[in-house]
Design a protein around this ligand. Structure first.
Ligand code: LLP
Length: 420
């Protein structure tokens, strides 16, 4: 459920007409709903309320400081994958003791920074990474609390580019080598083994791959305990999908996910961590855009809007489906459009063969479910300016990232002295 519904024939963001924000801010822009974000956070926490539990928001999904801070104020922790994300999480008020650090290749500098902050856990993904972390922790006189990210070799049945838990993927250490590598870690200075971690992929719409991976991890935890390791933390990763197409997709609810997880891992008595990204922010954000032209091609009608693949790359990159709706309802006949942006690539296509009411230049459309992996994956390709992000709370809104000027974008370049 989100708070972008129709009232009096037009889409509102909570208590504000989207058209009013568009008139103030200009299009295109991202618009987020505080109420939706908090609701998603609470639903997840309620699903694990009877457990020792920490939700670590995967900030990669949306790193806007206002988004992270909204969740920090609810008590959220963070899952980060770079020093930059760690800095963003800390700056937004998430305490280091609630931060886990994932990622396949943390550098020396990143490790040192995280150790000095005193983060809760490093999710280690390889032996070379383990040894480097040990060396750096020892040299700083610190101890790194670690979990290994285990690759359980489970097919997440999601898009190939966002599937991470098969043995052919670059992520984690193979389950078959886990006991040996935990034994190695236990002997290293500067390392304290505390947990097991996994993340099998993103946008999963079926619980079974999660369940299968969790069952494999339970066996591992039992084996590790037999080997003498004190395993107190279980990080189950993120990945629960959202209904991008509400007519056809009904992913399991967080409550159902929680029930399933608790049934499988609950008896271990571990602190449970989850790292959702998309489920918290995906449907808490929309992209608002304006029709520039309607172009009648041979056999196809193109709705050319002012947002493009550089603003939201998901359709071009993953063939992702996003619902697209007109901001104002009208009684006009339906027409079938290919909805495209102005960038010079055929891949700059948001959707094909979509039915919308007849629209005109200047009309507004909304691309739904754009809060996750939208703004964070945007670029200035075609020297288009990054688009503003707006956060709504009830009847108020704030610009939480302004549209940069052309001078700012071009000013990032500098000329070599020989050209002066
Ligand atoms: N934890 C780890 C270690 C991850 O790698 C990810 C996502 C998450 C948690 C959060 O997963 P979520 O709950 O959001 O599914 N750009 C792609 C998605 C990439 C996901 C990468 N890892 C997209 O737009 O679909």
């Amino acid at each position: 459920m989100d708070h972008f519904g129709f009232k009096q024939g037009e889409i509102y963001a909570e208590d504000l007409p989207v058209s009013k924000i568009a008139a103030d801010v200009g299009t295109p822009f991202y618009c987020y709903s505080t109420e939706t974000l908090i609701r998603h956070y609470n639903v997840f926490c309620a699903a694990f309320s009877d457990q020792d539990f920490l939700l670590c928001y995967a900030v990669k999904a949306n790193t806007n400081q206002a988004i992270i801070k909204t969740l920090a104020q609810q008590g959220s922790g963070a899952d980060v994958v770079s020093e930059g994300e760690l800095r963003r999480a800390l700056q937004a008020g998430i305490p280091a003791r609630k931060i886990v650090y994932s990622g396949v290749a943390k550098t020396e500098q990143e490790m040192a920074f995280a150790l000095n902050q005193g983060i809760f856990q490093f999710n280690v993904e390889s032996q070379p990474e383990l040894h480097q972390l040990s060396r750096i922790a020892e040299s700083l006189g610190k101890t790194a609390a670690i979990a290994f990210r285990i690759n359980p070799d489970v097919d997440a049945k999601t898009h190939a580019k966002i599937s991470t838990g098969k043995s052919e993927n670059k992520f984690g250490i193979p389950l078959s080598r886990a006991r040996e590598i935990y034994a190695e870690a236990a002997k290293l200075p500067g390392i304290r083994v505390q947990g097991v971690d996994l993340h099998i992929g993103s946008q999963l719409t079926d619980l079974e791959p999660f369940a299968e991976a969790f069952r494999r991890i339970v066996t591992l935890v039992e084996d590790l305990r037999t080997d003498g390791h004190e395993i107190t933390v279980l990080d189950l990763g993120g990945g629960l999908g959202i209904p991008y197409d509400r007519a056809t997709t009904k992913p399991p609810l967080p409550t159902e996910y929680g029930e399933m997880a608790k049934k499988i891992v609950g008896h271990l008595g571990c602190k449970i961590i989850i790292e959702p990204g998309r489920l918290l922010v995906g449907n808490a954000g929309i992209l608002v855009s304006k029709v520039i032209y309607i172009k009648q091609g041979e056999g196809r009608k193109f709705l050319i809007i002012d947002a493009a693949m550089n603003d939201l790359v998901r359709p071009s990159m993953y063939d992702a489906y996003h619902e697209i709706v007109a901001v104002k309802q009208n009684d006009a006949n339906l027409s079938t459009y290919d909805i495209v942006g102005p960038v010079c690539e055929t891949g700059d296509t948001f959707a094909r063969d979509r039915e919308l009411p007849e629209l005109e230049s200047g009309d507004l459309v909304v691309i739904r479910s754009a809060g996750a992996y939208g703004a964070v994956m945007s670029s200035t390709y075609n020297t288009r300016r990054l688009i503003p992000e707006v956060l709504v709370k009830g009847g108020e809104y704030a610009i939480v990232r302004p549209r940069p000027s052309y001078e700012e974008i071009i000013g990032l370049d500098s000329l070599p002295t020989w050209m002066e």
